[in-house]
Design a protein around this ligand. Structure first.
Ligand code: ADP
Ligand code: MN
Length: 380
């Protein structure tokens, strides 16, 4: 099986898939607007840093019985037709089909382009075109994931009147309009049951300005103890503060985009992630100190004879360090992560200033997290 349904999906439509040995790549049916948004994100590095890495597109075709792509072994599952982007060889290698099967399947699908075109017409959209993204929940053992839908307006400006009225009412009847965000789905790891407690979008829709803090309490309910949980919330406060500074400089309109927030729900993994981070910080500090001491020593000695040589050595040291750090691109244990996702209704709008609805949402989330720290963790 090449593609799996995404585990830990907390919101949105069915049909988000993942692939790779560690399901490290998200494969999501792409609406043209989302594809365009990702393609253009390279021009907006500051915001792109908050988005999952975009790998490229992948076209899937249904493996229908009796057609050229039919292979009973894949049971009507989507197969790879074509892939643009640099992960092609990795993806093929990661599949459990042997290489020859995968190549045959791809060739058969490419030989039948009409099948894909017909399906696209039937569906109204080409749902075989997918975007490939970094799976943000990779690096967590028990990811506690929250999809926080941002902004005060949920529809595009060019939506139908019917859709505007319908989604306008949803905004007014939930926390979307008053607070600029709504908790969509989330799930929390329960170590006693060794299972996730799941909250649907209906739960989030039922929350009001007065009860939404309890919604966050439900999200921060993994049994990690108050010290770890306080740290998690403080990290989110720091990240949201940075994110706010970013979006205040960005000119775009996000409609129904989400902040995907994740924290580690397994205490042991959490501590391991934390010590990996601390080791990294210690290594950087030690290096910076060594560098400064060396500089000071050289200044004192006034010896600039073989300066060039020494600079070369420095560069080599630095490369070594980077390589050690990255270990073949493997994702290490994470503690928390926060990323902006879902751009099916978002557009870059140069000259039109920031999205005030999203700015409002980040500010209210920050205020609530700070309130939580104060009330439940006695942090002023
Ligand atoms: P939709 O348009 O259906 O709402 P989203 O982009 O919001 O699609 O994705 C739906 C869900 O899939 C999210 O709530 C999240 O749980 C999961 N998801 C989407 N993208 C990623 C990603 N890059 N990494 C991890 N999980 C993701
Ligand atoms: Mn979504």
């Amino acid at each position: 099986m090449i593609l799996n349904p995404l585990s830990n999906q907390v919101g949105g439509h069915d049909g988000v898939l993942s692939m790779g040995d560690d399901n490290e790549i998200i494969v999501k049916p792409a609406l043209p607007q989302e594809l365009k948004f990702y393609e253009e994100s390279v021009l907006h590095a500051e915001l792109a840093a908050w988005m999952p890495t975009y790998y490229g597109t992948l076209t899937l075709t249904r493996n229908q019985p009796g057609q050229a792509g039919d292979q009973s072994s894949t049971n009507g599952a989507p197969i790879i037709k074509a892939l643009n982007g640099y992960v092609l060889s990795d993806m093929m290698a990661a599949s459990t089909l042997d290489e020859e099967d995968a190549a045959n399947a791809a060739a058969a699908a490419i030989a039948e382009p009409d099948v894909v075109a017909d399906e696209a017409e039937d569906n109204g959209v080409n749902d075989d075109e997918c975007i490939c993204l970094e799976n943000v929940s990779l690096g967590f053992k028990k990811p506690c994931v929250l999809d926080l839908k941002m902004g005060t307006q949920l529809y595009d400006d060019d939506a139908s009147e019917e859709k505007k009225a319908r989604l306008g009412a949803v905004a007014a009847n939930t926390t979307t309009l008053p607070l600029g965000f709504r908790m969509t789905g989330f799930e929390v790891y329960d170590s006693e049951k060794d299972d996730f407690t799941k909250y649907s979008k209906h739960y989030g829709k039922g929350l009001t300005e007065d009860t939404v803090l309890d919604g966050f309490r439900a999200y921060f309910a993994a049994k990690l103890g108050p010290e770890r949980m306080r740290l998690i919330i403080e990290r989110f406060v720091n990240d949201l503060t940075d994110f706010l500074a970013t979006i205040e400089t960005q000119e775009l309109r996000m409609r129904s985009s989400s902040l995907l927030m994740i924290y580690e729900g397994d205490a042991e993994a959490f501590d391991a992630g934390l010590s990996i981070e601390q080791e990294k910080i210690a290594a950087v500090v030690a290096r910076a100190q060594a560098h400064m001491e060396k500089g000071a020593r050289e200044d004192q000695e006034g010896d600039d004879e073989d300066d060039d040589n020494e600079e070369d050595e420095d560069d080599e040291d630095f490369e070594d360090y980077e390589e050690d750090d990255e270990e073949d691109g493997e994702v290490g244990q994470k503690v928390t992560d926060i990323r902006l996702i879902d751009f099916a209704h978002s557009t870059w709008t140069p000259g039109q200033g920031p999205d005030e609805g999203v700015v409002k949402g980040v500010k209210s989330a920050l205020a609530l997290f700070e309130k939580l720290l104060k009330e439940d963790y006695q942090i002023e």
